[in-house]
Write a protein that binds this ligand. Structure first.
Ligand code: MG
Length: 379
């Protein structure tokens, strides 16, 4: 089997203002085609007009090539070898950030092809999972008042059966005690019924984060996410040693090398890798294994569409993750880009897809509806 085409598909939803990232105003889907008719899909984070160029551009230099150019004619089943090839051929301008997002999105499509070829869901190819479902936690946007936040929590619990909820804080009120009061109010309202998590969006200095974590401790918070800037590794180590709350981070990192630093120097308790950011299924599998060796938890970070959810879900299942993130905002792309979705069952758990590959397929009418005729889209 040979790769014949790597097609980046830019999607743009003109009715979404994009003021809230979680609304997903645009996206880059990648479709990898083969000479045997098997097609894989992936998703790439970042600004789609920039990332699509990295897929399709052709450079004359040996170590300066677009990813489609690197992959044409290759056997898509050599997934890890192709990861290394893409990494090496983009080494001089890559290794971190946007290049890794693109590499990862294509890697997801290659795993989808492999699953379809071997007639197995991806998590089976990754080694299998202990069970057939994982609890999902609701990823909630910030709210202006505790009353509104409690109301929103009640709504998502009633609608989806969540047993765990994460609050996204807002930077304006991160330092005035507002979010400690909000967490206290939610804990008092729901009692021990809900597992609670807090995302601080890199908003604290080390001293501030230590104080914030201490003030959250009475309210049984499962983890505190992104308390510090991602490169403040010594700060993370101090924070971890100063609180009983588990410290989680990862969505800003690139590749296992940065996660090794987070775990070995930063001493963090939970790593939150995301296939569409950290280098695809191949790299997230490696990160999960490094975490397991160190006695750390792996909890997949998820946003964007159900392509991202599916790919992260397979990795999380194989890594025995205690939770998978489940964004609650109802973007048109999140709701309709794929023909399949991942509802929670009555116990707040999401069941692993059993179809071959990722277990998600593109809704072609939605692709055509939102396809953006940008550069590199149609050749
Ligand atoms: Mg986060």
């Amino acid at each position: 089997m040979k790769i014949t085409k790597v097609e980046p598909i830019v999607l743009h939803v003109p009715t979404v203002a994009g003021l809230d990232d979680d609304d997903i105003p645009d996206d880059l889907v990648v479709r990898v085609e083969t000479d045997e008719g098997i097609v894989g899909i992936g998703e790439i984070d970042g600004p789609p007009l920039a990332t699509t160029t990295l897929v399709r551009s052709v450079h004359p230099g040996t170590f300066w090539r677009g990813f489609e150019d690197i992959l044409i004619g290759e056997n898509p089943l050599d997934v890890e070898r192709l990861w290394e090839k893409m990494y090496r051929y983009s080494l001089h301008f890559g290794r971190r950030g946007m290049i890794i997002w693109v590499l990862g999105g294509i890697d997801i499509a290659l795993w989808d092809i492999a699953g379809k070829y071997y007639k197995q869901p991806v998590y089976k190819l990754l080694g299998g999972a202990k069970g057939e479902s994982i609890p999902a936690y609701a990823s909630m946007p910030p709210y202006q008042t505790a009353e509104r936040l409690i109301q929103a929590c009640e709504e998502v619990v009633k609608k989806h059966n969540f047993t765990a909820i994460k609050f996204h804080t807002d930077p304006v009120r991160l330092h005035d005690g507002t979010w400690v009061k909000f967490v206290k109010a939610v804990r008092e309202h729901f009692g021990e019924k809900l597992t609670l998590m807090v995302d601080a969006h890199n908003g604290f200095t080390t001293d501030e984060a230590v104080r914030f974590a201490k003030s959250l401790e009475p309210f049984d918070v499962y983890f505190l996410e992104a308390a510090l800037l991602p490169d403040n590794l010594d700060g993370f180590a101090r924070l971890v040693s100063s609180t009983d709350i588990m410290i989680a981070v990862g969505e800003e990192q690139s590749t296992r090398f940065m996660f090794l630093d987070l775990m070995d120097r930063g001493k963090v308790d939970i790593v939150q890798a995301d296939t569409i950011v950290q280098g695809g299924i191949t790299e997230c599998k490696r990160i999960a294994e490094l975490a397991k060796d160190r006695g750390k938890l792996y909890v997949p970070h998820v946003w964007k569409t159900d392509i991202a959810f599916a790919s992260n879900f397979h990795v999380g299942a194989a890594a025995n993750s205690p939770f998978v993130e489940w964004p609650v905002s109802e973007s048109p792309l999140r709701k309709s880009l794929t023909n399949e979705s991942f509802p929670l069952d009555s116990n707040g758990r999401v069941h692993l897809p059993q179809a071959a590959g990722l277990g998600v397929t593109l809704n072609e009418s939605v692709v055509e509806k939102y396809r953006f005729p940008g550069p590199y889209s149609h050749y």
